[in-house]
Design a protein around this ligand. Structure first.
Ligand code: MN
Ligand code: MN
Length: 460
């Protein structure tokens, strides 16, 4: 049951489409290195495509009907969009879901200190990372500082060519005999991930002059003082743009592809489809990497509440109809899969692994140690999805997720609680959760096509 490499079926015109989509994808990655930046990027695109914000429509008391496009944002970190179908919503939605948070280093609330004539920022890492991968790289600082007066200062330092970057040091090899004997999980400890932030003392300052120097710059350039770190969300991410990879430019190397590769392709599918029978829906959420918790994670009532509001605007609202709508829905819960890596073949079971270039990945189940924590998709639903993909000429493969994320799996099990059909799927990624992750352009393209086919045809 080996699956074919999708590239083998491409002519020149198709290859050009694959490259064009990958180019848009790389722009998406560059513009959205945090969940907030992702939401901004997405809202700009969908507003240009005629989507309107739900609270506005509620205020106007606008009645929604087939073809209308509506979206809602939650705390600037999660977004859900709907394109109303011709069938009543109580017959179910076709839902695409993915997450837009990625592993990174968060700046602590009291982060700034001076030691040995360096100013440093203390971090707490977010999501599952191999800590040793985050040292000696150019790093950028992205995020917001919320001030007491209610204003928000946006920070983005390290992406422009003439911006400074930041870094975390590592011990030189010459003095590392002891360090090199340690387990990989201990080589760099979490508390050693402190960002080197400056080293130029402020003239005339006696005590902690380097710290005073960086604080002066923050005050001058951003109008923030040290206490403002208390109400900041600052994320340290690899500095620089996503790049084409391979001499044949067949791949994308970039930060945050887990899971923005699925978010981007889901969004692209929503923007591509025309009028569908069922209402098309796409939810892009935060906090998956730490267990889908909190107001902006998939476990939040945000999605359910938004469905209720949209049902209200189409004139179908009742408590029972909300339940009927959700229970009758079909969902593709998208997250990245571990791509087979020939350098680490023993970590995979080759018959049930995902390979670069072999298309969209479906995972009937995820979980570890006896499928624990898994969403195990119903066989009938898998058959329905298979049939749609084959009919639409989408290259796909099936795999075990091989998922090692902190937080116990994807968002699939959460939506499955409504009783709807959910299957895990997505794009295969090499070096998942590393500062620079790799994907195949062919897989990105096929996955986008798979989402379009699903939105247009799924109905079980
Ligand atoms: Mn993920
Ligand atoms: Mn992940």
């Amino acid at each position: 049951m080996e699956r074919k490499n999708a590239w083998k079926g491409y002519d020149e015109a198709k290859s050009a489409k694959v490259d064009a989509l990958a180019k848009d994808y790389m722009d998406f990655l560059d513009n959205g290195k945090t969940e907030r930046e992702c939401v901004d990027t997405i809202v700009n695109q969908i507003e240009a495509a005629g989507y309107r914000e739900l609270p506005e429509l509620m205020k106007e008391g606008k009645k929604l009907s087939a073809g209308d496009k509506v979206y809602a944002v939650w705390m600037n970190k999660a977004v859900v969009m709907f394109r109303i179908g011709t069938k009543p919503m109580t017959e179910g939605l076709n839902i695409l879901g993915a997450h837009i948070d990625s592993p990174r280093l968060d700046i602590k609330q009291n982060p700034l200190y001076e030691d040995s004539d360096f100013a440093l920022l203390d971090t707490h890492y977010y999501g599952g990372i191999k800590k040793y991968q985050w040292v000696t790289l150019p790093l950028a600082l992205h995020g917001v500082v919320a001030k007491k007066d209610g204003s928000i200062v946006e920070i983005n330092i390290g992406e422009n060519e003439d911006d400074p970057v930041f870094f975390i040091s590592d011990l030189l090899i010459h003095l590392s005999a002891e360090q090199m004997e340690k387990k990989a999980s201990k080589v760099i400890e979490g508390e050693a991930l402190d960002l080197i932030f400056g080293s130029r003392p402020l003239a005339g300052e006696e005590k902690e002059a380097v710290k005073a120097g960086v604080m002066k710059l923050l005050a001058e350039q951003y109008g923030i003082e040290e206490e403002d770190f208390l109400s900041a969300e600052l994320e340290v991410v690899p500095a620089g743009k996503a790049r084409e990879a391979g001499l044949d430019r067949s791949m994308v190397l970039g930060y945050g592809q887990d899971d923005r590769v699925c978010a981007f392709t889901s969004l692209a599918a929503m923007l591509e489809i025309g009028q569908t029978e069922r209402t098309a829906c796409c939810i892009l959420v935060d906090k998956e990497e730490i267990g889908s918790v909190g107001a902006t994670g998939m476990q939040s009532r945000f999605f359910e509440n938004t469905v209720a509001e949209v049902l209200n605007l189409v004139g179908e609202y009742s408590e029972l109809n909300v339940r009927r709508c959700l229970a009758a829905s079909d969902m593709l819960s998208s997250d990245v899969s571990a791509a087979f890596d020939p350098s680490y073949a023993s970590a995979f079971e080759k018959k049930n692994a995902a390979f670069f270039g072999r298309g969209m990945v479906f995972n009937k189940f995820t979980g570890a140690r006896g499928k624990s924590g898994s969403n195990d998709a119903n066989a009938e639903y898998v058959a329905h999805i298979r049939a749609i993909m084959e009919e639409s000429g989408v290259a796909f493969q099936t795999a075990e997720l091989g998922k090692i994320d902190v937080g116990g799996g994807t968002i699939a099990y959460i939506l499955a609680l409504y009783g709807m059909n959910v299957i895990d799927c997505g794009v295969a990624v090499l070096s998942m959760h590393a500062p620079w992750e790799a994907t195949s352009k062919a897989d990105i393209y096929e996955t986008k096509c798979g989402y379009v086919a699903f939105l247009e045809k799924a109905c079980l």
